[in-house]
Design a protein around this ligand. Structure first.
Ligand SMILES: Nc1ncnc2c1ncn2[C@@H]1O[C@H](COP(=O)(O)OP(=O)(O)O)[C@@H](O)[C@H]1O
Ligand SMILES: [Mg+2]
Length: 262
């Protein structure tokens, strides 16, 4: 079948029946002061899918997420959200797209001086001025209940465990009803039981909300639990992408080593 071509986006139109991916990263390159970090990364995530990006420390996983959010600019390649290339977009257009994205950074990055409920209210106060105070406060309670933190509204981040901080971070990431969820090492630094609970929570949220999610992790067990697809990065490139089963059956030496050591 001949490939059709979309004149407006200058991209090959998707084959009939295959949806436009929510996130499409094509041939992405990024260096910092001559240090090559990403060397031609290509990835796609459809609605309702969770992609786990795996790799050792320093392979560019966090940089990849920061590029998707638009906090950094690639040297070349493209990043499309719902088929629209976000590179070079005006700030207001990018702002509108970023509102569709919920993200949880590696260090949960809660505001230390705000309570749990104030942390979750923060995005609503900035972006949902159309809601009344009481609507916003109801919404905050609802979000915190969704992550099992409804009993800790008035606590400070320093008074709750690392796992609870991740839960609050997740509630905050969901505040604006994102279509895209980007999580950077959501289980890093947690004990195995808390990690398992966060994995279960991510699975539950994903079942209920059907977002397109990218979860960056070096934790193979977590990746296998929450993601249908896994992409293994090494030296800024995707070594293999597929199901956990595909990874297990791979003959690629790096994949075998990574699985053995994880
Ligand atoms: N803003 C930056 N300036 C310079 N180097 C950076 C910057 N961000 C990341 N790097 C480098 O890019 C590489 C990949 O980093 P990162 O994406 O954080 O790795 P990880 O896979 O552990 O998340 C590292 O060598 C890091 O030092
Ligand atoms: Mg990282």
């Amino acid at each position: 079948m001949a490939t059709t071509y979309d004149i407006a986006t200058k991209q090959a139109a998707p084959k009939q029946g295959s949806p436009v991916p929510v996130i499409a990263v094509e041939n992405l390159y990024k260096s910092f002061a001559g240090h090559k970090v990403l060397n031609g990364v290509t990835l796609r995530v459809n609605q309702g899918e969770t992609l786990a990006v795996l790799g050792r420390s320093g392979t560019g996983k966090s940089v990849l997420l920061r590029l998707i959010i638009g906090l950094e600019t690639p040297d070349s390649g493209s990043i499309s959200i719902h088929g629209q290339n976000i590179l070079g977009l005006a700030l207001d257009r990018m702002g509108a797209i970023r509102k569709k994205m919920g993200f949880l950074f590696q260090q949960s990055a809660l505001y230390d001086s705000l309570t749990v409920q104030e942390n979750v209210a923060f995005p609503l106060e900035h972006h949902r001025r159309d809601m009344s105070r009481s609507e916003r406060s109801d919404r905050v309670r609802q979000l915190l209940a969704e992550v099992g933190m409804e009993g800790d509204l008035e606590k400070m981040p320093s008074d709750i465990s690392g796992g609870m901080q991740k839960r609050v971070g997740l509630a905050r990431a969901l505040a604006l009803e994102p279509e895209i969820l980007l999580l950077d090492e959501p289980t890093a630094g947690l004990d195995p039981i808390s990690s398992g609970e966060i994995d279960e929570l991510i699975l539950k949220l994903q079942r209920e909300r059907r977002m397109a999610s990218v979860v960056v992790t070096h934790d193979l067990h977590s990746a296998k639990t929450i993601a249908g697809h896994l992409a293994l990065l090494n030296e800024g490139d995707v070594v293999i992408e597929g199901t956990f089963d595909d990874l297990q059956h791979s003959d690629i030496e790096f994949v075998k080593e990574f699985l053995q050591q994880s």
